[in-house]
Design a protein. Structure first.
Length: 628
């Protein structure tokens, strides 16, 4: 016995393995690996990579560039489907999970980062690890079954399925040191059995709460308005309870709003247009560094501040942070089509009204936010994100969301920037002093006044007092040329244009009266009232199309309503049954709306409208006569 003790004393001690950092970078839908780097890809390049800090990168759904136009079309289609339906999400989660199963050992610190759909992937991965645990490397053949068990918990609302799987497989419980997300978008849409297999949002377990996460950071786009990019917020506060042993602690959470739309926050635009995206990148890097992540400072200076490259052969330039930089338009024509589709009123976020107010309005004793019964629907139509982002039906005090200091810098430097969702009171999140950056903005004693949209009369006054510059008149000329071709084709196809030049008779009187009624009157209503200047991040396609459609429908309404009032048909009554004539009205309305937004003046729209009426009457014998 003594010999055995002596042998143990002299035996060399086995040194415990040094804890490592395991970093997973999960990119978003549609962020191609090319010259336009997302913030996830920049972070991947900036973090140190050695035996003590291992890094994994997944380009996400449809993000690896492919040659050929057809391949790119398929890639973009897959990216859109991935955004809406979550196609490819399972593969991304399983690939990252398998890497972690093979790599993790006791004491390692796990850092997970993601942008857009990749941010949701990161949260699914963290929730998957929390519920199912981490399988042993030799158990990787059942990873797919583990993910099925995890998703069945959501389908059946029964978390015990996941707990039982973890108990049977002996999976390891591990803490997640840091979970960093850039603008997490909403859950995937799937047909759900509990809702008659109608397409519904599916929220996977522990993607909004997760007691295995020690530190959570979320950079949020203040100016994103697309319905398909509804913010998926993290519940704050919540506890941190690693391994479900010992006492619970408060989870370290920060969710900060930055100026810009979705990809202004997560990156991916052309580098010379990426000044805004550097602020959420710097913030995330410094927050992660404070949690133990090691960074290559030379690469950080190069990618973020356009400092010298660590590689002397590289001459690529990177845009420095710029609070007044370009804020991109994300709600373009394609996305506007989806904005008119109705949504359940239970999902409404803006304006933030209370449950009690809604109950009174609907005359109900009780109200559930899951109410899916007509007519309780609404049209989002570029709905802003509320700050703080508390759902309209939830109770309690507003959550402590923060506004980054760069938002205040942009407001000071850009007179045209004042977000409509900037609240009356907010907490300013500062930034550390960095080379090439101004000192953090001091929180103002009186916050900027919340934005109030200009009223109809103010916009009308501005529309009549503003005259286009040379660039504006050039745009009007281009619009007039295109409209002439379109109206000529539609008139020929509809058979209502016949060359009959005649400027005699009552032409001048019709031209004079027509300038005021209907031309000016219709432009005041259908352009001045319905076509409002769009906010930052939003194109004018939606308002222009709305005004054009109403302008088109107004003419059949006149033709059908007029006989009931005066007892006779309008001279052009029959044309309202001609589809090509209605298409011409739509084209005219769209062109007038476009030149109005382009020039911010009503005069080009009035003149364009008037010129079309005069040309139709004087050159093509339009059935326009005086009413007496």
């Amino acid at each position: 016995m003594t010999d055995e003790r002596q042998a143990r004393k002299v035996a060399p001690k086995v040194k415990a393995a040094q804890p490592r950092n395991l970093v997973l970078c999960l990119d978003g839908t549609g962020n191609e690996v090319n010259g336009n780097l997302s913030n996830v890809l920049k972070l991947f390049r900036i973090v140190d990579k050695d035996q003590d800090q291992l890094v994994y990168y997944d380009p996400g759904v449809g993000t690896v560039g492919q040659p050929g136009w057809w391949s790119q079309v398929k890639q973009q289609t897959r990216a859109v489907l991935g955004l809406a339906l979550g196609l490819g999400l399972d593969d991304n989660v399983l690939n990252a999970y398998s890497w972690l199963c093979r790599t993790w050992r006791e004491g390692d610190q796990v850092y997970i980062f993601g942008f857009s759909r990749g941010a949701y992937t990161a949260r699914v991965l963290a929730g998957f690890i929390h519920l199912i645990g981490l399988l042993q490397p030799e158990q990787l053949n059942i990873c797919g079954y583990a993910l099925v068990a995890y998703k069945r918990c959501a389908d059946s609302h029964n978390l015990s399925i996941g707990w039982d799987f973890k108990r049977v497989t002996g999976a390891r419980s591990i803490p997640i040191r840091f979970l960093g997300c850039w603008d997490t978008v909403a859950s995937v849409i799937v047909p759900r059995a509990d809702r008659l297999y109608l397409p519904s949002l599916q929220t996977l377990p522990y993607t909004r709460t997760n007691e295995s996460v020690q530190t959570f950071r979320h950079a949020i786009a203040m100016d994103e308005r697309r319905r398909m990019f509804r913010l998926n917020r993290w519940v704050d506060p919540q506890p941190y309870w690693p391994g479900r042993v010992g006492r619970k602690m408060e989870q370290d959470i920060k969710q900060v709003f930055f100026a810009g739309v979705h990809s202004d926050i997560g990156g991916g635009y052309a580098e010379d247009e990426s000044g805004l995206s550097k602020y959420p990148l710097i913030w995330m890097l410094r927050e992660a560094e404070g949690s133990g992540l090691r960074l290559d400072q030379r690469m950080l200076q190069h990618l973020v501040f356009n400092g010298p490259s660590p590689d002397p052969k590289s001459h690529h330039k990177y845009a420095p942070p710029d609070a007044a930089g370009e804020l991109h338009v994300s709600l373009t024509a394609m996305w506007w089509v989806l904005e008119a589709i109705v949504k359940s009123l239970g999902l409404k976020e803006w304006p933030c009204v209370s449950r009690e107010w809604l109950k009174r309005k609907l005359g109900l004793a009780t109200f559930s936010p899951r109410l899916i019964v007509p007519p309780f629907f609404y049209i989002p139509w570029a709905e802003p994100r509320p700050v703080p982002n508390r759902h309209m039906f939830e109770k309690g005090e507003p959550e402590p969301y923060l506004v980054h200091t760069s938002v205040l810098e942009r407001i000071r430097e850009r007179e045209d920037y004042r977000p409509v969702n900037l609240p009356k009171s907010f907490v300013v999140e500062g930034a550390p002093v960095e080379p090439g950056l101004p000192p953090p903005a001091v929180p103002p004693s009186v916050p900027p006044t919340p934005f109030k949209p200009a009223g109809f009369l103010a916009l009308l006054r501005k529309g009549f007092t503003t005259l286009p510059d040379a660039k504006g008149w050039k745009a009007v000329g281009i619009a007039a040329a295109v409209l002439t071709v379109v109206l000529g084709i539609f008139g020929w196809m509809g058979g209502y244009l016949h060359w009959k030049p005649d400027f005699g008779g009552d032409f001048l009187l019709i031209a004079l009266i027509g300038f005021f009624v209907p031309v000016m009157a219709e432009e005041i209503v259908f352009r001045g009232f319905f076509v409002r200047p769009p906010p930052d991040g939003v194109s004018g396609f939606g308002p222009i199309l709305l005004g054009a459609v109403l302008f088109m429908l107004w003419h059949p309404f006149q033709a059908w309503f007029f006989p009931a009032v005066v007892g006779q048909n309008l001279p052009w009554y029959a044309l309202t049954c001609n589809g090509w004539f209605l298409a011409s009205l739509l084209a005219l309305g769209f062109a007038c709306g476009w030149v109005y937004l382009k020039t911010r003046s009503l005069w080009p729209a009035i003149l364009l409208h008037w010129a079309v009426v005069l040309a139709w009457k004087g050159l093509f014998g339009a059935p326009l006569v005086l009413p007496w």
